[in-house]
Design a protein around this ligand. Sequence first.
Ligand SMILES: Nc1ncnc2c1ncn2[C@@H]1O[C@H](COP(=O)(O)OP(=O)(O)OP(=O)(O)O)[C@@H](O)[C@H]1O
Ligand SMILES: [Mg+2]
Length: 294
Amino acid sequence: MTKVVAIVNQKGGVGKTTTAINLASGLALSERKSLLLDLDPQSNSTRGLGYGADPERASIYDVLLGSEPLHGILLPTEIEKLSLAPSEPDLIGFEVELMGTEKREWRLRDALIGHDSFDLVLVDCPPSLGLLTVNALVAADGVLIPVQCEYLALEGVTQLIETLRRIRSNLNPQLQILGVVLTMFDERTNLSHQVVDDIRKFFGGTAYDTVIPRSVRLGEAPSFGKPIFLYDPRSKGAEAYMRLAQEFLQREEPPVQETAIGDREETAGICEAGDRPASAQETAINEHEETSTG
Ligand SMILES: Nc1ncnc2c1ncn2[C@@H]1O[C@H](COP(=O)(O)OP(=O)(O)OP(=O)(O)O)[C@@H](O)[C@H]1O
Ligand SMILES: [Mg+2]
């Protein structure tokens, strides 16, 4: 079954696109048929996978407006099992053009129907909680939240959690927080270490053990149109994103025989999203739902 993952944080420049490109690539190199869906009018994922601007090329904008099916816009990438659904800057008009139309939050979910050949669809969201991000959250099984290891790292997170809670109670009850990715960690600074401690305290076990280091090579790779694994496979950024891909798969694909013997919880934290010990936030979301529905 296809798992749809929205990569979300309304704060700008926290590593959403870098994570989308390199996690999707790591998953594809791990033999999972993957789709990176660029849902940001900045088109950074599209450029970062080597596609320059081309106003003639059909993009996710055409899919959301219903003039192209999703399979009609898919592009190959240099990684065999990774496809790209590109974006173009005209996507910025989506919100205004759909104002007042019915079911406008469901456009992406509807477009993904029938695309079961992918194991994973990663959606790179824009830095806002507007209609595009809402479309991603309605279409998604879960969200992945990149958080930058910098001053004010948790700024806006309460608002994000509140948005997720609202989407869960009104539009998509299955939405899970799959994990929090700590990005741009600089091991030389006390601040980075302090921020990691704060984020882990706040999110509990939801934060991945893997921390993405700040690395010049990760910053350079998109300007060559390549994921880090093709730009500098031996860099520490490549190593970190491959470790993240493995940790992601461990969480999302628990070994079958453990399900059969029914003792998943005891197997080193490898359990389905729904069974995972709830983070402070998920507990908060659940509690709220219980009070609002009961
Ligand atoms: N681990 C890293 N080490 C060094 N540079 C990084 C790292 N992660 C991201 N960057 C750089 O930081 C900038 C912001 O990263 P990125 O584009 O991934 O963030 P974003 O959250 O997608 O931004 P936006 O909100 O604008 O979409 C980019 O120039 C990117 O190349
Ligand atoms: Mg981005």
